[in-house]
Design a protein around this ligand. Structure first.
Ligand code: 0O2
Length: 191
């Protein structure tokens, strides 16, 4: 067997970092589920339709790093990319987005780094969503580790639109024809 010390240590480092992102996602996921249950307990209804979470794939991480002109290293990835761990909270109604965002912002166990309100300020593409970049501290055997997580909050209709538009970006290699752009824009306004 060929022993490659450097490659081994990099793989080890990668697995350790990914473990932290996975752990942060699990913890925040549980907190959001509990928040939803508390909402039902207090008001008899739930603002959250469902929650999805994912860790960005290695391929997607490398593409984003290169697109943004960063040297592809694990250190750079942790420092520069804020959406390696992502949670998407899907609400039924637009009003619920603000309620959920507000409740997350008030928590003492989640630190807000930044927010982007594409609900009030729709992107030119028609994209709508509320984004929070947060820090969550994972307690490990080697002490606390502060991890960035992106939380996207949007309605079912906004999520459907974003999924279709994302697929079209791939289909047309980021050059969506004008007539389809117009239809996407009309659909975004209708939503
Ligand atoms: P992917 O493949 O979904 O992960 P940043 O993430 O901060 O470096 P940016 O563009 O300044 O980049 O942040 P922004 O605008 O908050 O976008 C973050 C994520 O929101 C994107 O991640 C997309 O998931 C989503 N998003 C933003 N704009 C659009 C849009 O016009 N259409 C769709 N479908 N999704 C959008 P990534 O890494 O770009 O993409």
């Amino acid at each position: 067997m060929v022993y490659i010390p450097n490659a081994y240590s990099q793989l080890d480092q990668w697995n350790s970092v990914m473990f932290l992102y996975e752990s942060a996602l699990k913890a925040i996921n549980t907190k959001i589920e509990i928040l939803n249950e508390e909402f039902i307990h207090m008001y008899g209804h739930t603002p959250i339709e469902h929650i999805k979470s994912r860790v960005k794939t290695p391929d997607s991480i490398v593409k984003k790093m290169k697109r943004n002109g960063y040297e592809v290293t694990i250190e750079n990835m942790v420092e520069k990319l804020s959406d390696i761990a992502g949670i998407r909270i899907i609400c039924q109604f637009v009003e619920d987005i603000e309620k959920v965002a507000d409740l997350i912002q008030k928590r003492s166990d989640i630190e807000i780094k930044s927010e982007k309100d594409y609900i009030r300020h729709m992107k030119d593409s028609g994209y709508r969503s509320y984004h929070l970049i947060v820090y969550y501290t994972v307690e490990t055997m080697n002490g606390p580790k502060r991890i960035q997580v992106e939380i996207q909050i949007r309605t079912m209709a906004m999520d459907f639109w974003a999924t279709i538009e994302h697929s079209l970006q791939y289909k047309y290699k980021a050059n969506i024809p004008d007539h389809i752009r117009e239809r996407l824009s009309a659909a975004a306004k209708a939503i």
